[in-house]
Design a protein around this ligand. Structure first.
Ligand code: FE2
Length: 241
């Protein structure tokens, strides 16, 4: 009987060992699962926190561009439309290779919804910093000289630019851009297009989406394009050339 007791005791120890090991293993697995969940939460936020996709600060008061662009249009265009592009892009890039990319890289390398929203952030940052209170006049310096040399005169350049802007079908942009040699060109872009996708540097872009002028000019896009030259900040725009 004694050997049997010894064997039973030994058997019980073996069972106890495996039971303890099993519980420890379960504890470890449970702990790892908890950590994995926490890591998943940290790696999959609902919206990217990068600062690469922000709106540029508005360099004037929202009523500064009146009567060419009303305060209401600036507040809606900058405050709502532009903000929506930023909010959309920050959600769209989560989990993609663009999550921490700079804005221009995203515009050059993306397509679909990511491109549309990234393009519009870049476009509107350039657009809203192209104006100032009591702007207008004519470009001076290197840009002014290049426009006169390549288009004949500033007036001829404006005519061509407005004609291209007026002819954009639907929502889009008209851009003045330069290549690496300084050669200027005018381009129509649909949607959120920007000439950087053609390897060019954007100098000046007019937004011809209806949200940019409809409250002030209704369907008269041409009138809006004629007036907008009165608020151009040529010093800032000239620095892009
Ligand atoms: Fe716009």
């Amino acid at each position: 009987m004694t050997p049997l007791k010894i064997n039973n005791f030994s058997h019980m120890k073996t069972i106890y060992f495996y039971l303890l090991t099993g519980l420890l293993a379960l504890g470890v697995i449970s702990c790892n699962s908890s950590n994995a969940r926490n890591n998943d939460n940290n790696n999959n936020p609902q919206s990217s926190t990068t600062t690469n996709f922000e709106k540029v600060a508005l360099p004037y008061e929202t009523d500064a561009l009146e009567p060419v662009i009303s305060q209401q249009t600036v507040e809606l265009h900058y405050g709502k439309h532009h903000q929506a592009y930023v909010d959309n892009l920050k959600k769209l890039v989560v989990g993609t290779k663009f999550e921490d990319a700079d804005l221009e890289t995203v515009v050059k390398e993306s397509d679909g919804a990511i491109f549309n929203n990234a393009g519009q952030i870049l476009n509107h940052n350039l657009y809203f910093t192209s104006f100032k209170k009591d702007g207008g006049g004519e470009p001076t310096g290197r840009l002014g000289e290049a426009i006169t040399e390549q288009f004949g005169s500033f007036e001829k350049f404006k005519e061509e630019f407005n004609a291209e802007g007026g002819a954009v079908f639907g929502s889009g942009w008209v851009w003045l851009a330069k290549d690496d040699s300084g050669k200027l060109s005018i381009h129509q872009e649909s949607g959120g297009g920007n000439p950087i996708t053609r390897g060019l540097t954007p100098i000046l872009g007019f937004d011809v989406w209806e949200h940019s002028y409809y409250l002030d000019y209704q369907n008269r896009r041409g009138d809006h394009l004629k007036e907008i030259w009165k608020i151009i900040d040529w010093e800032t725009v000239g620095q892009r050339y």
